[in-house]
Design a protein around this ligand. Structure first.
Ligand code: G4P
Length: 285
């Protein structure tokens, strides 16, 4: 599917972030715990370089907990502090300030040794659209509400928020796009709802999701549609979509199954976490 790609946007965001990097001590990168690879901006590492960083694995309420742990360990082995968070309920968020302070420990100690008492810690929050930046900032900041919308392409000025006395965060300057020109990345962003506009055929997207669900055989999914494990063993994803549509009585005239409706229902139920918790990308792959 065709997606308009404007390289100019990325150049501009890159400049905005590089300029703002000088104002902060650390970067907090928010990623989607279900798609830790696809929900990253491919240029971020080269933009932030050696700046101290923490990774916030958001939406972990919808990710497979053991996979989230694997990612945390993976980051740890690469010298990066990562914490699981869930901005919907606020779980894990209280670890944010302490993990940043941990990462900046040496710097803060040096400042104290120079006689600078209680220096202000400033952190830039970065992440692709819809990963949960506004929700996170709303949860942690007490003084002001972050804008809950994020209009791609619209430049926003630097927005600072006070978390505690001596701790401030800066929202992403500019828009950090994911690598959605990559087909697999695009699909994963679409079925997790990170890309809201319909960038793909709905039935095809539901089939891609079923490719994954039928291998996982999560009991919540299997029971929800009253499937049998052996039924989904060798089935084509389109047939499985038909089967699910039939189970839900989604018929059109002539007894055919309304696969379009079944696809919309399936994606909707997945996105509202009714089919179980899944992580689509693991460190070992
Ligand atoms: P952004 O600033 O990075 O663009 O993202 P934003 O905070 O607007 O969040 C995008 C969507 O993700 C919102 O849903 C938000 O509620 C949801 N979200 C954020 N963090 C979490 C989380 O930890 N768990 C879950 N389950 N969802 C999360 P929305 O559909 O746009 O709005 P609404 O459902 O809140 O009305």
């Amino acid at each position: 599917q065709n997606i308009q790609w404007f390289p100019g946007h990325m150049t501009k965001t890159k400049r905005q972030i590089q300029a703002s990097l000088k104002l902060v001590d650390a970067v907090a990168e928010i990623i989607d715990a279900r798609i830790p690879v696809s929900s990253r901006n491919p240029d971020l590492d080269s933009i932030i370089q050696n700046k101290p960083r923490v990774v916030l694995m958001n939406k972990c309420d919808m990710a497979d907990p053991s996979s989230t742990q694997k990612w945390i360990n993976y980051f740890k082995n690469n010298g990066i502090v990562a914490i699981p968070i869930d901005c919907k309920t606020g779980r894990g968020i209280n670890k944010f300030v302490s993990s940043v302070n941990e990462v900046l420990k040496e710097k803060i100690e040096k400042q104290k040794a120079k006689g600078l008492l209680n220096p202000t810690v400033r952190v830039m929050i970065v992440g692709i659209p819809n990963v949960g930046k506004s929700t996170f900032i709303n949860r942690i900041s007490k003084n002001r509400k972050a804008k809950a919308e994020d209009k791609p392409g619209v430049t926003r000025g630097n927005q600072w928020f006070t978390i505690n006395k001596g701790f401030e965060v800066l929202d992403t300057p500019g828009v950090l796009w994911p690598k959605f020109e990559d087909k697999i990345v695009g699909e994963r962003l679409a079925f997790t709802g990170a890309v809201k506009d319909q960038i793909m055929d709905t039935e095809l997207l539901a089939m891609r999701l079923l490719d994954f669900l039928k291998v996982e055989k999560n009991p919540i999914f299997v029971e929800r549609f009253k499937l049998q494990n052996d039924q989904i063993e060798d089935i084509e994803s389109y047939e499985l979509l038909e089967l699910i549509g039939r189970k839900r009585g989604m018929l059109i005239s002539g007894g055919e199954i309304d696969t379009e409706r079944a696809a919309i229902m399936l994606l909707d139920e997945y996105r509202s976490a009714k089919l179980g918790k899944y992580t689509f990308e693991l460190p070992e792959n």
